[in-house]
Design a protein. Structure first.
Length: 200
């Protein structure tokens, strides 16, 4: 059994988070992908986020009709950062016979060596790098350690040509009182954002 794990702040979750993972699940033959909305991302200590439970609710709403995509509250660790290695160890215990795949964005992959116990992360799961359109992740441009992960097969780059969206850009739109493109967010997520005025 192959299981994908996909963590993030999801502030807010948008079509890129869903369509990219849907395509990755099909390409890799993953039985399921588990989204892990993070209450307190360790790499964004100073950034103001929408409430963690609101972000978790939006992920649940976005995935309701998605076959094989699920949300988990495991990284809703209030009062302390959530570390990826802890999540990997948890899901290794929950699915001892599964092959774990950790889905991360290209920017996160470039910062991997700054993550807590990053070598154990790379040893605990196959890293699937979801590269956004136009990103440059050639092995020769990476640090020796990251290039070795690619060359050894412990990491794989999946070029994402589906949706070029940014949560930052969407938050800025909402803050200005503007509407995003209709395809940018699942309708229930858009309704939720408007009802609770999350980014105003």
């Amino acid at each position: 059994m192959k299981i994908g794990l996909f963590g993030g702040s999801f502030d807010p979750i948008h079509a890129g988070h869903v369509e990219t993972v849907r395509a990755a699940r099909q390409a890799l033959g993953l039985e399921r992908v588990i989204y892990l909305p993070t209450a307190q991302p360790p790499h964004k200590p100073g950034r103001k986020l929408a409430p963690a439970l609101a972000r978790y609710a939006m992920v649940e709403l976005a995935l309701l009709s998605e076959d094989g995509l699920y949300a988990s509250p495991f990284e809703l660790t209030f009062g302390r950062p959530a570390y990826t290695i802890d999540s990997l160890e948890h899901f290794r215990r929950a699915y001892p016979d599964a092959e774990l795949h950790l889905l991360i964005g290209g920017d996160s992959f470039l910062e991997l060596e700054a993550w807590w116990r990053w070598r154990e992360i790379a040893a605990s799961a196959r890293l699937i790098v979801l590269a956004r359109p136009g990103s440059e992740l050639r092995a020769e441009a990476l640090s020796p350690a990251l290039a070795e992960l690619l060359q050894s097969g412990r990491a794989q780059i999946l070029a994402d040509r589906t949706v070029d969206l940014s949560s930052t850009e969407l938050r800025d739109l909402f803050a200005r009182g503007e509407q995003p493109p209709l395809s940018a967010l699942p309708p229930l997520v858009l309704d939720y954002i408007h009802k609770y005025r999350l980014y105003r």
